[in-house]
Write a protein that binds this ligand. Structure first.
Ligand SMILES: Cc1cc2nc3c(=O)[nH]c(=O)nc-3n(C[C@H](O)[C@H](O)[C@H](O)COP(=O)(O)OP(=O)(O)OC[C@H]3O[C@@H](n4cnc5c(N)ncnc54)[C@H](O)[C@@H]3O)c2cc1C
Length: 407
């Protein structure tokens, strides 16, 4: 590293850090991005199954979870999904819309990372990898001439001291340590007495320790459309049985609203009043077994598991011999199956971290700390978490841009 004084130093070369970097550099600021890993943008490359769900056609504040639900609005309005789509189109990156307005690359997430790096290069951003940050000091007024922060780090056995006017924390959050998940942002917040809210793994599969454990194991790989409810929230998308428990988009979405000890309720036939339909089927197909009738709507292995749970003693009883009352009970269970996860899979597989640097402490316009001048927090380190569907990247782009315009 030849230069040691910069206008802006950004910690973390992920989604928010890279967008912030070129935005600031395009304004003529000298920008250095410091990355601890050997490669930049690892989560971008892994995202969306390698196709990066980079934004969504429908972005609203209600797609985000935060102690302050209004905080995200200014940044989302300042840099919208349309701004990012325009950039993607400028680079000729082919993309496609999937369910619920989700936009994915047609070819590869690599194209999104290459685009961000190209913008950085054109704007003159410097990026350094393999950096181990050892100390951050805010220079006191007497020491301060133009630079507000001094940063000590080690890079391949060399010790370096750098300084900058604006310091941006874009180090992401705790999810998936092997992809750069880190608590550095919270440590920096603590160092400067900036509050951090309670954190929890989000967009994460559930595990079970009760009767559900063998059921999930037997049904591992089976997916179906369901509506999942918890704490007054509901999502209708696929659920997926895995050998560890339950996953799939609807489960990941509801995990953001789940707390340990909560039950979740699963509607296995969201488009049907199951009790009514079973009573009607009894009139029409009275000689059939319940499992035969249900197998027209649900996968056979699932029906077999439900039979063991709910009508094992009547497995050979023709439908006509079930009372309406019995069918109402079974129908209601199908529309409202209450299960109690023992835990989530945790940060090892979580796509995001709920909670983070308190939005009370940060300007929603600039992302600057309200009490610690020229210190900025962007992206997932903040207490703003998006639903599944490209919202977390949109937050990274929008918050990165907002800070990039002011650093
Ligand atoms: C498997 C997976 C798939 C995902 N898919 C999607 C998707 O399709 N769509 C979507 O919207 N969201 C997706 N997400 C979420 C999305 O990746 C994140 O919300 C987003 O990357 C957050 O951006 P960020 O800049 O805050 O953090 P990150 O992109 O995580 O970047 C943080 C950077 O900081 C670096 N860093 C950490 N500690 C230090 C340190 N001490 N010093 C220097 N650098 C450091 C990290 O190595 C990393 O490069 C996915 C997440 C995962 C884990």
């Amino acid at each position: 590293m030849s230069q040691s004084i910069y206008d802006v130093i950004i910690l973390g070369a992920g989604a928010s850090g890279l967008l912030c970097a070129f935005t600031a550099a395009q304004r003529g600021r000298s920008v250095l991005v410091i990355e601890k890993a050997n490669k930049v943008g690892k989560k971008i490359l892994m995202s969306g199954g390698g196709k990066c769900n980079f934004t969504n056609y429908f972005v609203e504040a209600t797609n985000f979870i935060s102690n302050n639900p209004h905080f995200c609005k200014a940044a989302l309005n300042r840099y919208t999904q349309w701004d990012f789509i325009a950039l993607v189109e400028k680079y000729g990156i082919e993309y496609e819309e999937r369910e619920h307005g989700q936009l994915f690359c047609k070819n590869s997430a690599k194209e999104i990372l290459a685009m961000l790096l190209d913008e950085c290069e054109q704007a003159g951003v410097k990026i350094e990898t393999d950096c181990n940050l050892t100390e951050i000091k805010a220079l006191t007024s007497a020491q301060k001439i133009t630079n507000h922060y001094q940063i000590n780090l080690e890079q391949k056995q060399s010790k370096l001291t750098l300084s900058c006017q604006s310091l941006v924390v874009a180090t992401g959050a705790l999810s998936i340590p092997s992809l750069g998940g880190s608590g550095l942002g919270y440590e920096i917040a603590h160092q400067f007495d900036i509050a951090v809210t309670k954190r929890q793994a989000g967009l994460v599969p559930f595990m079970f320790s009760d009767y559900m454990k063998p059921i999930c194991d037997h049904l591992s790989g089976l997916a179906l459309k369901a509506t999942v409810h918890c704490n007054h929230q509901q999502f209708t998308e696929n659920i997926l049985f895995t050998h560890r428990g339950l996953s799939g988009p609807a489960i990941l979405q509801i995990s953001n609203y789940w707390s340990p000890g909560d039950e979740i309720s699963i509607n296995l036939l969201p488009d049907l009043e199951a009790a009514e339909w079973l009573i009607l089927s009894k009139r029409k197909q009275g000689k059939s077994l319940l499992k035969t009738v249900l197998s027209h709507k649900l996968a056979k292995p699932l029906v077999n598991e439900l039979q063991t749970l709910w009508w094992q003693d009547h497995s050979e009883t023709p439908l006509a011999e079930f009372s309406d009352k019995q069918l109402i009970v079974i129908g209601n269970l199908i529309n409202k199956w209450s299960v109690k996860p023992s835990a989530t899979e945790g940060y090892r597989t979580a796509e995001v971290t709920l909670g983070g640097v308190s939005t009370d402490e940060i300007s929603s316009k600039t992302m600057e700390s309200k009490h610690q001048p020229s210190l900025y927090f962007i992206g997932e380190v903040l207490d703003v978490t998006g639903h599944l569907g490209g919202y977390n990247f949109q937050w990274a782009w929008s918050s990165g841009y907002s800070a990039g315009m002011f650093v």
